[in-house]
Design a protein around this ligand. Structure first.
Ligand code: ATP
Length: 380
């Protein structure tokens, strides 16, 4: 059997190989009655990471976050933060703060009072409270809004007040549950960059729960993809996108064309997959840990396929089809192409020319081809 060279060359800029994890989640299971919300989940998160838990609704992300915060107790397994077992330690004694989806700002308090609230409970002198709250408001660029009430702010500004309030007590670990869910798309994208900048400035470890894959890709140092209470892949955004280890991950992150097939050649440096769906043999220029005759799937991203009217006269990885749909998206166009097998394949192409008169249209016969390095081969 050939060794897999699908494994990514992982670049982990945050990580010193001798560093001990800041958060260790060890085989944690959480049951609600008979229902298993999180199952035997292990994960290590390092200082200053911005780690995203990503998964479909109900997969257990928030439950895991709530266990880190101390609002839920694991049914089995343990959680260590900075080497200390968190069993029996209440939320307010953990070096952790949580920012909720709703932000939960106090409507009758102004922005400065909202941010200072946590510090007042700590009975610090008034001058120290003012100074620290002021610093936090500057950090989130809301110094000029200190006297406003929450209802006098935009959604993005409210989000930043909530962030300032969560950071004011200098937690070592900040947990954010869908922090940008209340914002519209444009503001969300803008705020993602702000969040990353702030995290870099304060150096706090962030764990963010989201079901938005784009958000996870933009924000994270690493992503943990969850499905039905289990972590099914952990990696950098590039690992997850370019080297998914299963059809589920390939399909969940971005869009992908998946061709079912059988391995008919299994060499250390290349494999060939016979695929009825593709109506061809797919040549892949790297080894795969699967074995001859194994059922496998070749996953190819739409932007890694080329479409042309002319036959590119390639011996490998070229297939003919008819354009079924064209969607003009401004910066790129998406083509849905029906192969002779009946399979519909998605291709995206950048729109390099303005108003290109030679663009490919519906019902045209086209050729699709891709590089032998483009398919990711998965066995599940
Ligand atoms: P979403 O993105 O929709 O918030 P999620 O991945 O955060 O989803 P969780 O809130 O962790 O999901 O819930 C995981 C599963 O556990 C769900 O099926 C949910 O119904 C169940 N669950 C969560 N809390 C409880 C509870 N207190 N009692 C019973 N079941 C619960």
């Amino acid at each position: 059997m050939a060794e897999s060279s699908n494994a990514p060359a992982v670049f982990q800029p945050w990580r010193d190989p001798n560093e001990t994890p800041y958060v260790s989640i060890e085989r944690v299971t959480k049951k609600f009655g008979e229902f298993v919300a999180v199952y035997e989940l292990s994960l290590e998160i390092y200082r200053k990471e911005l780690f995203c838990l990503l998964g479909a609704s109900g997969c257990g992300k928030s439950t895991l976050l709530r266990m880190l915060a101390g609002f839920e107790q694991p049914s089995s397994g343990r959680i260590l933060i900075d080497g200390v077992d968190m069993a029996g330690i209440p939320p307010y004694e953990r070096p952790v703060n949580m920012m909720f989806q709703s932000y939960a700002l106090f409507p009758h308090m102004n922005v400065a009072q909202n941010v200072a609230f946590g510090l007042k409970q700590e009975k610090l002198p008034a001058s120290a409270v003012r100074k620290r709250a002021g610093e936090m408001l500057e950090l989130v660029k809301l110094g000029a809004f200190a006297k406003r009430k929450p209802h006098q702010l935009s959604g993005g500004q409210r989000q930043r007040v909530a962030l300032a309030r969560s950071l004011v007590k200098k937690p070592k670990l900040l947990l954010l549950d869908e922090p940008l869910a209340a914002l519209d798309k444009k503001l969300r994208e803008h705020t993602q960059f702000e969040l990353m900048n702030i995290q870099e400035q304060v150096g706090v470890t962030f764990v963010v729960v989201t079901h938005d894959q784009q958000e996870a890709m933009t924000l994270s140092t690493r992503i943990g993809v969850m499905d039905e209470g289990e972590l099914i892949q952990i990696g950098t955004p590039t690992d997850i996108y370019e080297f998914p280890q299963s059809r589920y991950v390939a399909d969940f992150i971005g869009s992908v064309n998946i061709f079912a097939g059988k391995m008919i050649v299994d060499e250390p440096d290349h494999v060939v997959i016979h695929s009825e769906e593709a109506g061809m043999d797919i040549f892949v220029n790297h080894g795969v840990s699967a074995g001859p005759d194994a059922d496998v799937w070749a996953a190819i991203r739409p932007e890694k396929m080329h479409i042309s009217r002319e036959d590119p006269a390639r011996e490998q990885n070229c297939v003919r089809g008819i354009v079924d749909e064209v969607a003009y998206m401004g910066d790129f166009s998406t083509y849905l192409v029906k192969l002779e097998s009946g399979k519909i394949v998605r291709i995206t192409q950048p729109n390099l020319l303005r108003g290109n008169p030679d663009r490919i249209l519906w019902d045209e016969q086209v050729y699709l081809h891709w590089d032998a390095s483009s398919p990711v081969v998965v066995t599940k």
